[in-house]
Design a protein around this ligand. Structure first.
Ligand SMILES: Nc1nc2c(ncn2[C@@H]2O[C@H](COP(=O)(O)OP(=O)(O)O)[C@@H](O)[C@H]2O)c(=O)[nH]1
Ligand SMILES: [Mg+2]
Length: 313
């Protein structure tokens, strides 16, 4: 199954929740007030966030007027363009230099460790030499879980004992990547500590140490958010973003929710681009985020879905 179909499947719940009435919009001969009201409601239901949904509808209204659009189909095309523009990052995600470092942060259970396994596999498949760092030293089980993913992806891992300083794990991993010529170090971190303040302190220390360890490549810090928690995830995100100077988002569990619209509000309310989306629990279920592909999948119609399915399934 191609990435596009997989994303289409992952987004099935969001699509079913919002497409019903947006599909109606496509059939309409003309656009009226009801069209906009209905659209606003549907975007909010898909967890786009009220402020973002209102802004989008307002922008659509202006565009319809300016470009003298008449039919629902024309308005729908304009809406898609607006969504793609909203989601477009300022620069592509492409950590350069050797070694580059990706720090992965976020609360417990959002899918950090799983996403790291998927990322390791993705980059290893591109021919990069990847090293994992078990920076969640809070629980012994965390390093064991990461080891399983390292084995699946066929990449090595650096770990210390349970309870040791995670910043020193990161430091060791980066030093070892420099010495042994690795391209990319991907670091796991704890999502919970004794209290919130120690977690935030730890994350900012890890972030500083990653920078000081002397890696010649880029450092990216990806905050993992769980799409199932939708708007709540966005509320909790700000502290993490500040503590560790996050540069982007991994949005997981899009396959389990009708809240795919949160992708749109993340970009507009947190100001950070979504870099990857998780659409399942398997090693191949993480996709580099592509705004155009996402918006197309969001609006994929039933009949196109049918065509996209391989006959043998
Ligand atoms: N359906 C689905 N489950 C996911 C996805 N990403 C992670 N998970 C599941 O979420 C749970 C928590 O993941 P884990 O990586 O341990 O989270 P962590 O505590 O942030 O490291 C596991 O059961 C994963 O299989 C995803 O994209 N889709
Ligand atoms: Mg974990």
């Amino acid at each position: 199954m191609g990435f596009f179909e997989k994303l289409g499947r992952g987004l099935a719940k969001t699509r079913d929740a919002i497409f019903g009435s947006i599909g109606e919009m496509e059939k309409a001969d003309r656009i009226d007030e009801d069209t906009y009201e209905e659209l606003l409601e549907q975007l909010v239901l898909a967890d786009t966030g009220l402020a973002t949904a209102e802004r989008l509808v307002e922008q659509l209204r202006e565009r319809v007027k300016r470009e003298k659009l008449h039919t629902g189909a024309e308005a729908l095309a304009a809406l898609k363009e607006l969504l793609v523009e909203t989601l477009e990052p300022q620069r592509p995600f492409d950590p350069q230099g050797k070694p580059a470092v990706i720090l992965v942060i976020g609360v417990n259970g959002v899918g950090k460790t799983t996403s790291i396994g998927k990322l390791a596999s993705l980059y290893a498949a591109q021919g990069k030499r990847v090293l994992l760092a078990a920076g969640d030293t809070f629980r012994a089980a965390a390093a064991e879980q990461l080891q399983i993913w390292a084995d699946r992806a066929g990449v090595p891992m650096v770990r210390h004992e349970e309870g040791s300083d995670p910043a020193s794990v990161i430091y060791d991993a980066v030093s070892s990547a420099i010495a042994r010529g690795y391209d990319l170090v991907i670091c796991d971190t704890a999502g919970r500590l004794h209290n919130k303040k120690s977690l935030m302190d730890e994350l900012s220390k890890i972030s500083r140490v990653a920078a000081k360890a002397g890696a010649a490549g880029d450092i990216e810090t990806l905050l993992v958010l769980d799409a199932v928690t939708g708007q709540n995830a966005i509320q909790q995100a700000a502290q993490f973003i500040d503590a560790a100077s996050a540069t982007g988002i991994i949005l997981t569990k899009l396959d389990g929710t009708a809240k795919g619209g949160s992708v749109i509000s993340i970009k507009s309310s947190l100001g950070l681009p979504v870099r990857f989306v998780g659409v399942g629990e398997g090693i191949d279920d993480l996709m580099p985020f592509d705004p155009k592909g996402f918006v197309d999948a969001l609006f994929l119609r039933e009949e196109e879905q049918g065509e996209a399915q391989p006959a043998a399934e």
